[in-house]
Design a protein around this ligand. Structure first.
Ligand SMILES: *[C@@H]1O[C@H](CO)[C@@H](O)[C@H](O)[C@H]1NC(C)=O
Ligand SMILES: *[C@@H]1O[C@H](CO)[C@@H](O)[C@H](O)[C@H]1NC(C)=O
Ligand SMILES: *[C@@H]1O[C@H](CO)[C@@H](O)[C@H](O)[C@H]1NC(C)=O
Ligand SMILES: *[C@@H]1O[C@H](CO)[C@@H](O)[C@H](O)[C@H]1NC(C)=O
Ligand SMILES: *[C@@H]1O[C@H](CO)[C@@H](O)[C@H](O)[C@H]1NC(C)=O
Ligand SMILES: *[C@@H]1O[C@H](CO)[C@@H](O)[C@H](O)[C@H]1NC(C)=O
Ligand SMILES: *[C@@H]1O[C@H](CO)[C@@H](O)[C@H](O)[C@H]1NC(C)=O
Ligand SMILES: *[C@@H]1O[C@H](CO)[C@@H](O)[C@H](O)[C@H]1NC(C)=O
Length: 436
């Protein structure tokens, strides 16, 4: 890590001098998460049918998780941003500046630094809608290079004699980059106006971004993420409730919700500790086992012959569609599920996923439970299978192929998933997200 929590605490005190008085009375606010394939999303492509859209989401997921495994080049960046930004699945409707300038940005639980494309742009990718104009905002403040804040959050090689500004240089696993100036701005999220939020004003942005992605909102567990920054205003917690893909209507027209601050989970919520694994950007939890129809599967560790159960460190990520298990566990899991379902399998028409059925043939599913440390999370049909056409559903889980195991967003649908940075917990509560 390029910076320590202690040093960052000092930065926060500097950045938040104006932030605390604005909205002190309510400790919760909520915003819509727009799935990139819902009709509200500018990604929505009416020329594609539902199966094609799901197929794209799945392909994006596979590319995304490949990049989760890509090696981070520490020389390029201060930030642990390994996730390919093109494949975030949910967008946040966020505004920067006073008066506010609206941006749709990728909600990324896999990175910390937020940034947007800024004018005057040296090299920007094509963005639908206007770029951010710092000179049209009365609250835009570049962070100076000789401040403690810059020493903590800016690039290590900040050259104060070259520029008075505090540079950042974010590099992603696929070679995409954003660089520019660390600044602070007023950010509007839902009904909440947040002062002095540090972000990157990107004057040089390149890579595989799409025109509708005005930038990234970093929701990782690191100190620079938006969640950590607004801890002075709301508690360091956020939750979301993702609406599942449905067979008939495809993706629901209702928006999924993201809630910052305290929420009351009510009874029947389960919680598992966040693991202290660096970088603290990722939300790691310990998977201790999986039960399929009463049969507990062993977590065979790291290619060894031992059957001693071990734990698997798994990332909970909203930006990845599919769930991945370590190879051996996946093979056991697929075999157990297939045996329990015991009807004829068919091929994925898009040739991506490995276990598919005709939807109507599968009349009952075995009870599938993911056993996290302290939290049993049951997988419903919607968590396990994704409809890939009008008649066919496929298992939305695959082998991690040597990469990091990820709990993807299909497995999280119809759960309130809460990330509590104050108490280092991830919580799950079964909920009908459409009714929330
Ligand atoms: C984003 O928020 C603005 C202001 O509240 C609203 O006018 C706009 O329709 C929203 N856009 C989407 C895609 O939800
Ligand atoms: C604001 O910035 C834009 C682009 O950087 C520039 O073209 C414009 O002249 C500036 N406006 C003012 C009032 O400085
Ligand atoms: C940028 O996008 C617009 C439409 O969104 C298009 O007309 C234009 O040709 C694009 N420019 C480049 C360089 O791709
Ligand atoms: C910093 O800038 C000065 C003046 O332009 C230059 O001589 C020096 O090599 C730079 N140092 C670094 C580390 O880039
Ligand atoms: C920004 O990124 C571009 C492309 O990678 C690079 O040429 C440029 O030197 C970078 N600028 C800074 C200040 O890091
Ligand atoms: C979503 O809205 C579109 C157009 O408004 C409509 O055709 C479609 O049936 C709706 N889908 C669902 C699942 O309600
Ligand atoms: C797992 O195996 C890999 C490669 O075979 C090795 O590099 C790594 O250290 C092993 N991890 C553990 C915990 O044994
Ligand atoms: C969706 O479109 C593809 C390509 O045109 C086609 O092969 C497929 O049958 C369509 N699926 C549905 C459910 O209409």
């Amino acid at each position: 890590m390029a910076f320590s929590s202690f040093a960052f605490a000092i930065t926060l005190a500097i950045l938040y001098t104006a932030g605390c008085n604005a909205t002190a009375n309510s400790d919760t606010f909520s915003i819509d998460l727009i799935h990139r394939d819902s009709v509200d999303s500018p990604f929505y492509d009416s020329s594609m049918n539902f199966s094609q859209r799901v197929g794209h989401a799945i392909k994006r997921s596979i590319i995304h998780s490949k990049h989760l495994n890509a090696h981070h080049n520490p020389k390029r960046s201060t930030y642990q941003t390994q996730i390919i930004p093109d494949h975030g699945e949910f967008l946040l409707n966020i505004s920067y500046g006073n008066p506010p300038q609206r941006v749709l940005a990728i909600a990324d639980t896999g990175s910390d630094l937020s940034w947007i494309q800024c004018e005057p742009c040296i090299h920007c990718y094509n963005q639908s809608g206007s770029l951010f104009y710092p000179n049209r905002s009365s609250t835009y403040k570049p962070v100076a290079c000789d401040t403690d804040a810059c020493k903590v959050i800016g690039s290590i090689d900040a050259n104060c004699s070259l520029t008075r500004n505090c540079p950042y240089d974010a590099a992603y696993g696929d070679g995409s980059t954003s660089n520019g100036t660390i600044s602070t701005e007023t950010v509007t999220l839902g009904d909440r106006v947040l002062q002095d939020i540090a972000f990157g004003c990107g004057f040089y942005n390149d890579g595989v971004f799409r025109p509708t992605q005005g930038g990234i909102v970093g929701l990782g567990g690191g100190d620079l993420s938006l969640v950590s920054q607004i801890r002075a205003i709301v508690p360091g917690k956020f939750s979301y409730c993702l609406i599942p893909f449905t067979l008939k209507g495809g993706i629901s027209n209702k928006s999924s919700k993201m809630i910052f601050g305290n929420i009351d989970f009510g009874p029947n919520a389960v919680s598992t500790p966040l693991l202290p694994i660096l970088p603290n950007t990722y939300y790691y939890v310990a998977l201790e086992g999986i039960t399929v129809g009463g049969r507990r599967l062993n977590l065979v560790s790291n290619g060894s012959k031992t059957t001693k159960p071990s734990k698997v460190n798994m990332i909970v990520d909203s930006g990845t569609t599919l769930t991945t298990f370590p190879d051996k566990l996946y093979n056991q899991f697929e075999a157990a599920l297939k045996e329990a379902i015991n009807v004829r399998t068919i091929k994925d028409p898009q040739k991506i996923l490995s276990l598919c059925y005709r939807y109507t043939k599968v009349t009952r599913l075995p009870k599938v439970t993911l056993h996290f440390d302290g939290a049993d999370v049951e997988m419903s049909r919607d968590n396990l299978f994704v409809p890939v056409s009008n008649h066919i559903m496929c298992l939305a889980i695959r082998s991690a192929a040597g990469g990091l195991p990820v709990m993807g967003n299909i497995a999280q649908m119809n759960y309130i998933v809460g990330f509590d940075l104050d108490n280092n917990l991830v919580s799950f509560k079964r909920t009908d997200c459409e009714k929330l």
